[in-house]
Design a protein around this ligand. Structure first.
Ligand code: PLP
Length: 362
């Protein structure tokens, strides 16, 4: 029943475009005239070949990727990439630079040690509770790569522009902002993103990898942990997450055909975030937790005057069909995740509710 759907501000898994969900529903029992559901067709069939090739082609078109880039689909979430990147790119003598901008960066740094490789934390915003993105960072000229987290889902900060790393390739966790804006791909050796924030269901991680990064990968790893195997086998060394890849293809089609590409997607995302931030800035009841120049367009984190009011706010908003506004369990407070699929209508409903709540509880 689509009329029972809520405005979904979940951080992940998160809202998907209604049009995509309806398309999945309509084709679910008989995909592409196969007489089977997409969850029943063989991954070695022409039906699935079409799906994965389309998802790769759309990714390349949307991000203007040239032939140096491979688009891979790997299971294990973004969290597996925290380990796979150092395992593949670093030898015993090498080191990588990491910038620590929050929970997910911290976890990525921890994994480097677990797989017994070296990294240097060249900057951190932990001194101010990860409320900002460090600027003017000095990177090591001999680093194999620089690891960044483009959008910090829990703390609500985001890189507005990416630093000049003097030719050292950036490996970037873009789990919560991939396809939310255009990118200058020259800086990136690898991008990875768990699908469940901005592009699909959980269970699939998209990895975009440049050929020179692939060339430097270690070869003494188990097959399932080697980027080169995924690249050689078009992500089908084993059974890939078929349903996830299918959904990603439909979401990318929606960005291409309904939104009109990443410039338009970004403009829409800015418009939505501005409405929410402008309202919060105009109020002395709500306050954002991220510093202004580092604020995220995807995750708007905010506090109310007390924790009791926050509890009340979350409970009452849920009754008004506004879901997922509770902050991450590690930080508390409130968070509206307003990814690509969040509608302007949802933002307006949220701001209306926030205004009414302020009036009643001030
Ligand atoms: C959610 C998230 C992760 C973890 O993703 P999984 O797919 O659950 O492993 C990592 N990084 C960022 C930035 C995230 O938002």
């Amino acid at each position: 029943m689509t009329d029972k759907r809520i405005h979904n501000f979940n951080a992940g898994p998160a809202a998907l475009p209604l049009k995509v969900l309806k398309e999945i529903q309509a084709s679910f029992l008989n995909f592409d005239n196969s007489g089977m559901s997409i969850t029943e067709v063989s991954h070695r069939s022409k039906y699935f070949d079409n799906v994965i090739n389309s998802a790769v082609a759309r990714t390349k078109r949307l991000l203007n990727l040239d032939d140096r880039f491979h688009v891979l689909f790997i299971q294990g979430g973004a969290s597996l990439q925290f380990a796979m990147a150092p395992m593949n790119f670093l030898s015993a003598e090498d080191s990588a630079d990491y910038v620590n901008t929050g929970t997910w960066s911290t976890k990525a740094i921890k994994e480097v040690g677990i797989v017994k490789k070296n990294c240097k934390v060249v900057a951190s915003s932990e001194d101010k509770d990860f409320s900002y993105i460090p600027q003017d960072v000095k990177f090591s000229s001999n680093a194999k790569y620089v690891h960044l987290t483009s959008n910090n889902t829990i703390k609500g900060t985001q890189y507005q522009t990416f630093p000049d790393t003097k030719g050292v390739p950036i490996v970037c966790d873009m789990s919560s902002d991939i396809f939310s804006r255009p990118l200058d791909m020259e800086k990136f050796g690898m991008i990875y993103a768990g699908a469940q924030k901005n592009i699909g269901p959980s269970g699939t991680c998209m990895v975009i990898l440049r050929q020179d990064m692939l060339d430097m990968c270690n070869k003494d790893l188990p097959s399932m942990l080697r980027y080169s195997i995924y690249a050689e086998k078009n992500s089908m060394y084993n059974t890939p997450p078929c349903f996830g890849i299918y959904t990603i293809d439909l979401v990318l089609k929606w960005i291409e055909e309904d939104i009109g590409g990443l410039e338009k997607m970004e403009a829409y995302n800015i418009k939505k975030a501005d409405i929410l931030y402008d309202f919060i800035d105009s109020s002395d009841f709500y306050r954002t937790t991220a510093q202004k120049y580092s604020r995220s367009l995807m995750n708007v984190t905010f506090r109310l005057p007390s924790e009791d009011l926050e509890k009340k706010f979350i409970a009452e908003s849920a009754q008004k069909s506004l879901g997922g506004l509770k902050g991450h369990r590690s930080v508390g407070g409130c968070r509206a995740s307003i990814y690509n699929a969040t509608t302007m209508e949802g933002i307006e409903a949220l701001v209306d509710f926030m205004k009414a709540f302020e009036k009643e509880n001030k």
